[in-house]
Design a protein around this ligand. Structure first.
Ligand SMILES: *Cc1c(COP(=O)(O)O)cnc(C)c1O
Length: 373
């Protein structure tokens, strides 16, 4: 039965396999010794290659229990305080991962008479959180705020709480949401809370690397301002910045926080070091921005249109087989690019996803693409 299901997956052209890799700075090395410039990770600031802040001694390797028992080390409390302070907000709460965060927060906050309204393209972990919460939900067309407003107009009278869920930089299209306009909408409905996941924007956007909310001056208006440590910070874990009362409720009700061993203090200490270094990484951010602009322009010039306004740049090819084929060609030329296929992206929009970093110049990649088209 399982083999039959695997056969179906293989025939649909969406087979996925785990490939062991070695990392060497901006490069990855495959099992058979092939070395390729990595355009498929999320190490946006190129931190994974840096020895200076990645070597930390003197912190325990395991926390040995949930944060609610004995896993809440002082280094974690300190990092939460620093994050809240940096954002100028009352509180922050750390989770084991973005997945834990997004599946945990919504179920912990909802009560009867709650409605979730989420962008059509939000991350799978947000969808899972919304489904786990058991309350009704609606989806609005991607980045279509007039559709969102229509839903709010139709539904707001029947609900005591409405949570709008969006990302700031979208992980597959690389486009961004209009946080200012979302805040305006929120202000018109007293029962609306705004939930923004900045997983792909933290470290990369904003003058101090705090994300798109910092860049757009909307930090104080976002009720649940989420980010992760696994991408640009090259660590592990996630945080939500929120009001103190929300943090207290989450500590009491959030199952993914309560029923899971807390992150190792060593990991938190490393995250703290990166967090403190973030404001000073303006050069990395500028370089990433410059290369992203150049690469997007190159694609547009080649007649390849895409929605990206960030360092995540898709080349939408349509058919699964086409995306797989072009990815293989680029890999042969030394560029590690992966095909992204349904169900991760909508059917018929299989693509290559170029995930640029401050350590991956794009000139060679552009030449390689030129040679293919
Ligand atoms: C990557 C990602 C997550 C998951 O974060 P992890 O820390 O890897 O579990 C959550 N939300 C968004 C938008 C993401 O891109």
């Amino acid at each position: 039965m399982f083999e039959q299901r695997m056969g179906e997956i293989t025939r649909s052209g969406s087979l996925r396999m785990l490939k062991p890799l070695t990392h060497s700075g901006a490069y990855i090395v495959t099992e058979d010794g092939k070395r390729m410039l990595n355009f498929s990770g999320n190490d946006y600031l190129g931190l994974a290659a840096r020895g200076d802040i990645r070597q930390l001694e003197g912190f325990d390797m395991g926390s040995t229990s949930s944060a609610l028992l004995t896993g809440y080390y002082d280094v974690m409390a300190d990092l939460e305080k620093q994050i809240a302070k940096q954002f100028g907000r009352e509180a922050a709460l750390i989770f084991n991962s973005g997945y834990h965060m997004n599946t945990g927060i919504v179920p912990a906050l909802v009560h009867d008479k709650t409605l979730i309204v989420a962008d059509k393209l939000v991350h799978a972990s947000m969808i899972d959180g919304m489904k786990l919460s058991g309350v009704p939900y609606e989806r609005f067309r991607h980045n279509d705020l007039s559709h969102l407003e229509k839903i709010l107009q139709r539904k707001s009278a029947s609900y005591r709480m409405i949570i709008i869920m969006v990302e700031s930089v979208y992980s597959m299209d690389g486009d961004v949401s209009d946080l200012k306009a979302l805040v305006e909408i929120k202000r018109r409905y007293p029962q609306v809370m705004l939930y923004v996941d900045e997983a792909h924007a933290v470290g990369v956007r904003g003058a101090r690397g705090l994300g798109l909310a910092e860049e757009t001056g909307t930090v104080s208006d976002i009720d649940l301002l989420c980010g992760t440590f696994g991408k640009a910070l090259a660590s592990m874990g996630a945080y939500v910045v929120c009001d103190d009362v929300v943090r207290r409720l989450l500590v009491n009700r959030c199952r993914s926080l309560i029923f899971s061993t807390a992150l190792p203090p060593s990991v938190i200490a490393y995250t703290r070091a990166v967090w403190q270094a973030l404001p000073g990484m303006q050069n990395e951010r500028l370089r990433l921005q410059e290369w992203s602009g150049k690469f997007r322009q190159f694609l547009v010039h080649k007649g390849i249109s895409m929605p990206s306004e960030s360092h995540i740049i898709p080349w939408i090819l349509g058919e699964n087989s086409k995306a797989v084929e072009v990815a293989e060609q680029l890999q042969k030329l030394g560029y590690y690019v992966l095909p992204i296929r349904p169900p991760t992206v909508p059917k018929g929009t299989a693509r290559l996803r170029f995930s640029l970093t401050a350590e991956t110049p794009v000139d060679g990649l552009m030449e390689a693409i030129d040679s293919l088209i």
